[in-house]
Design a protein around this ligand. Structure first.
Ligand SMILES: [Fe+2]
Ligand SMILES: [Fe+2]
Length: 195
């Protein structure tokens, strides 16, 4: 497997793990009688905002998608669809942030809205990642040339983001913090009281 494809798929797995955990916490916040762990929820939303939204998607746009558009005109529609989804994802994450702020101020008021926003974002993002893996990657493997892969591999391996100025290790730290703070069954932290 190409280095960049392995990186892309592994990033999808991390994103997916956080989405699963976030969905579970939002469900618990809706049902539980104890105050939800807002610090964990904030870390998760920050992870999604800074990792997929500011690092993973731009890398796809600028390197993989841009080159595929040139090499395979038949992929243009699909690429434009995925790029539009990146824009839509940025809008949905703002809604998620707003819903979390609202719930933090008035919990349990706002728990239903947060759950709705989380579910919508997770479903949207899973569909997007499936489309990339099942439709875009096969086209890329068929049409991109060795020099394209060289550039794409380098971009995906570098993994630095000029906007956020953060590197991979920061996300590893954030991710392990999420896992250690989140209550069971999502993470390793103490079981959420009342569940
Ligand atoms: Fe994407
Ligand atoms: Fe992706």
């Amino acid at each position: 497997m190409k280095e960049s494809i392995a990186v892309l798929k592994s990033e999808h797995r991390s994103i997916s793990a956080v989405l699963h955990a976030l969905k579970e916490l939002a469900r618990m916040a809706h049902d539980a009688t104890a105050r939800p762990p807002f610090q964990v929820l904030r870390s998760m939303v920050r992870y999604i905002d800074e990792y997929p939204e500011r690092l993973h998607h731009p890398k796809e746009d600028e390197h993989l998608f841009a080159r595929l558009k040139v090499r395979a005109p038949e992929a243009r529609l699909l690429v434009e669809e995925l790029q539009a989804e990146h824009q839509e994802g940025a809008r949905l994450i703002r809604e998620l942030e707003r819903a979390l702020l609202f719930m933090e101020e008035g919990w349990p008021v706002g728990a239903r809205e947060l759950r709705k926003a989380v579910d919508a974002y997770a479903e949207f993002h899973w569909k997007h990642m499936r489309k990339e893996e099942q439709q875009l990657l096969p086209l890329a493997e068929r049409h991109l040339l060795p020099e394209d892969w060289k550039a794409i591999d380098a971009a995906f391996a570098a993994n630095t983001d000029p906007i956020a100025g953060m590197e991979e290790r920061d996300f590893d730290k954030l991710f392990s913090r999420i896992v250690s703070l989140a209550p069971q069954p999502v993470g390793l932290g103490d079981r959420w009281p009342g569940t």
